[in-house]
Design a protein around this ligand. Structure first.
Ligand SMILES: Cc1cc2nc3c(=O)[nH]c(=O)nc-3n(C[C@H](O)[C@H](O)[C@H](O)COP(=O)(O)O)c2cc1C
Length: 303
């Protein structure tokens, strides 16, 4: 990826469940919480098969650091506050240039409020920041009532960057087995617009770095992300689908467009289309909503 032009690499996440497994305590952990729900032990895949427990992960960071000049960012998906803090530190010690907190949490409780969950996110960032010196990025899902407010609080808690957005892998129903089935499809450029909207809004006011993950496949997608205000655009599905060499295609497409449009640097175009120029974003968005509905022309009318 470095040879193909990547600016940095984010490693896959280390999951705290893998850590517990490696320390032989996963059984205890699961059984402790599952006395009344014995089937919960079967929720987890056979993690042993992955062989990506913490020791291997930390070694992977060291090896990547030895081999690369570009920054290596570790990713952590913790389950307990202590786990998040401890492994973020270990990642730093192993040489990671930054750590990404991959928070994949889908609330299921009817008692815990959104405000409480956002406070938990803030506390997590604050706790990790208190124990590491490297930059801490936070990868979030898209479903918050007030993303700008949460983003601002995370910035105040010390987050150096937000990575937007985690995808919610919506499981499907199998009508024959009557089971929920995992559903991982690679993305398409259609997923980008949700990110563009958020980044255009947040980049107008926040000082932290913003990265877009989700739906970046082409040079046009990458350019749109930067015009919205992203400091970084990330690619996973595009590389899995088209191979690592696709970096070059995206990079050369971006350079061509920038030359044609008289931009001499990424910095110059970053945020050129963000919400800074919009006096009242809420009114603007409402007007756009009406415009969008009004723009629909039925196929019958179009004839
Ligand atoms: C096979 C696969 C494995 C992934 N593993 C992780 C992971 O370990 N940690 C993480 O934060 N995101 C993971 N992701 C999500 C990607 O990092 C990315 O956020 C998502 O695929 C959206 O970006 P894209 O449209 O470029 O694919 C994974 C995605 C795929 C397809």
């Amino acid at each position: 990826m470095e040879e193909a032009g990547a600016g940095a690499v984010v490693l896959h996440s280390l999951f705290e469940e893998q850590i517990l497994l490696e320390s032989q305590s996963l059984d205890r952990f699961l059984n402790a919480g599952s006395e009344s729900y014995p089937e919960s032990t079967s929720y987890f895949p056979d993690l042993a098969a992955y062989d990506i427990g913490p020791r291997a992960y930390l070694q992977h960071i060291r090896a990547a650091k030895r081999a690369l000049k570009i920054p290596v960012i570790a990713s952590l998906n913790g389950a307990t506050l202590g786990g998040w803090v401890r492994y973020a530190r270990e990642m730093e010690e192993a040489g990671a240039d930054a750590v990404e907190l991959n928070i994949y949490f889908l609330p299921a409780s009817f008692e815990v409020s959104g405000a409480q969950i956002e406070e938990d996110y803030r506390e997590l960032v604050e706790a990790v920041k208190a124990h590491v010196r490297i930059p801490v990025a936070v990868k979030l899902g898209p479903f918050f009532t007030s993303l700008p407010h949460l983003a601002y609080r995370l910035e105040c808690a010390g987050a150096a960057a937000l990575v937007l957005f985690n995808r919610f892998y919506q499981p499907d129903f199998d009508l024959e087995t009557l089971e929920a089935t995992p559903n991982l499809r690679l993305s398409s450029s259609d997923e980008l617009r949700l990110r563009l909207h958020a980044v255009a809004l947040l980049s107008a006011r926040l000082n932290l770095d913003l990265a877009i993950t989700g739906g970046v496949h082409t040079a046009e997608d990458a350019l749109k992300g930067i015009l919205a205000g992203a400091h970084v655009v990330m690619m996973t599905s595009a590389l899995l689908g088209r191979g690592i060499g696709h970096f070059r295609v995206v990079e050369s497409g971006m350079i061509r467009w920038m030359e044609e449009h008289d931009y001499t640097s990424v910095r110059e175009m970053r945020g050129a289309m963000n919400a800074a120029a919009v006096a009242e974003p809420e009114v603007f968005q409402r007007a756009n909503y009406l415009k969008t509905l009004g723009s629909y022309v039925s196929r019958l009318q179009a004839r």
